[in-house]
Design a protein around this ligand. Sequence first.
Ligand SMILES: [Zn+2]
Length: 172
Amino acid sequence: MLLKRYFNKPEGCEPRRDTRGRLVNPPPLDRIEVLHTGVSADQHISTRVVDAGLAEGWISIGQGKLTLHAKPEALVFTIKRLPGYYCCHCGAALADAGQVLADGSTKGLAHVREEHPNATSPDPGNPSGYERINHYDLVLDAKQHKRYKADPKQAALMMSEARRQLRAKGGA
Ligand SMILES: [Zn+2]
């Protein structure tokens, strides 16, 4: 998904940065435009981005939906999974999976041991059999995905252009 943020730059406002190069007087956000929504309706949006969107008012969450208040229209996603722990075997949400037990294992491991004994984790990236996700697992409204989806060829071109720009910046 590719979004572009537009800011209202007040007349005569000069950007000021702190010693670490962070902008200390960011201008107010005017609008967010949807350039495309990726090649798949399934989207991950990081907790950090969602938190920023909620604080700045361009994301809202309610009734199982996450709405991104963009132009030309708000994008509506169904929330499949919230950030947190999940079992790789059965997909169950394991809210307190990180809690350490008296024997040094965790509640997540206890779930896997009890519910899926002797089973190998279906996810090689998470051999413990449970995972922690730090993003919102979303699926975009099907009609909107059809309207805004990226052409895979175009998306590849945009990615390589973005990488080229990054390299150019790094070298400057
Ligand atoms: Zn399970």
